[in-house]
Design a protein around this ligand. Structure first.
Ligand SMILES: [Zn+2]
Length: 98
């Protein structure tokens, strides 16, 4: 599967997570996004834009993407090397838990 459900401490649904091959972090889609419910071929809308702090001293990198039909499309304003590309989402293992 390419999407994992994140639950809160009470076991209630919180969000859906994908592992981003561009910035290397997980992106969480909560109730602000629509989801097609397909864990293998997920589509979320609208786009995900993240500002991620890395390094020391800290700097922000932008990761801006659309997830559709199991693929992630990186827009041209991404700060990483996959900008402008569309690639398959990586699998998330069942036992990933955080
Ligand atoms: Zn990312």
């Amino acid at each position: 599967m390419k999407v994992k459900e994140i639950k809160d401490s009470n076991g209630a649904h919180h969000s859906w997570a994908i592992k981003c091959p561009g910035c290397g972090y997980y992106h969480l889609f909560d109730s602000r996004w629509s989801f097609n419910g397909n864990l293998e071929m997920p589509t979320f809308s609208p786009s995900m834009k993240s500002w991620i702090e890395v390094g020391d001293p800290k700097r922000q990198i932008v990761c801006h993407s659309f997830v559709a039909n199991g693929k992630i499309q990186f827009l041209s304003d991404c700060a990483h090397e996959l900008r402008g590309q569309t690639i398959d989402l990586p699998e998330i293992s069942e036992d990933w838990n955080s």
